[in-house]
Design a protein around this ligand. Structure first.
Ligand code: MN
Length: 233
């Protein structure tokens, strides 16, 4: 079967779900780092067009994400890091090598990213809406702050919506493959939504027009995933 024709049967059988489904369902990366698997995509390469084109999606997933995964597994193989769950690993990432930090982050961040994208129309839950309004004033204000963080981030990295330990939601951006779970970042929290702003995420289709890519991102956000991550934070 061609991968672009493959649609994963999400939710049909939780018992048969792969290990990474724990991440989808709880948003907390509790699986052992050494047991990490390369996730199936939940949509076809062309499913997110025109927001994200098929070629970008294919290269991003099969080359970039796959390389982070492969290099991450190689970096932790036969080391104590392989025995840690991902959350603990990220919370102590300052004690790890740059190979573990960059590739572990790259593996996990893309996994989160694919999960929070969908071609299907979805909506924020009442609970998430309330939390966003409480933290940002309005949904529009949140979207503006998130999009601004994504557009203005200098160089390679990510923009995030996260839940802080104080219950507040916040927007942040991180360098390279860092994420809000890592002890090296300024604003720490539980990731709810992310956007990849590395040039490899948009350059084929948008060239230098990152702002246009960010604006179109809203058309393919999987709010069902964000709602679940918020519920299970
Ligand atoms: Mn990427």
């Amino acid at each position: 079967m061609k991968r672009r024709n493959f649609i994963a049967l999400v939710g049909t059988s939780l018992a048969a779900a792969p290990v990474w489904a724990n991440v989808y369902n709880s948003r907390t990366p509790l699986q052992k780092a050494g047991d990490s698997v390369f996730p199936e995509l939940l949509f076809a390469y062309n499913a997110l067009e025109p927001a994200i084109d098929a070629k970008t999606m294919e290269i991003h997933y099969t080359k970039h994400h796959k390389a982070y995964y492969t290099n991450f597994m190689a970096a932790i193989k036969d080391t104590p890091a392989a025995e840690l769950d991902l959350k603990s690993l990220f919370e102590g990432i300052s004690k790890q090598s740059m190979a573990v930090r960059n590739n572990g982050g790259g593996y996990y961040n893309h996994l989160l990213f694919w999960e929070n994208l969908t071609p299907t129309q979805t909506n924020p839950s009442a609970a998430l809406n309330t939390a966003i309004e409480k933290s940002f004033g309005s949904m529009d204000q949140f979207k503006l702050e998130f999009a601004t963080a994504a557009k203005k981030h200098f160089g390679s990295g990510w923009a995030w919506l996260s839940a802080g330990s104080d219950g507040q939601l916040f927007v942040s951006d991180t360098l390279n493959q860092d994420n809000p779970l890592m002890d090296v970042v300024e604003k720490k929290g539980t990731p709810l939504l992310c956007i990849d702003v590395w040039e490899h995420a948009y350059y084929l289709n948008y060239q230098n027009r990152r702002a246009e890519y960010v604006d179109n991102f809203w058309n393919v956000v999987n709010w069902d995933t964000v709602n679940k991550r918020y519920e299970n934070r």
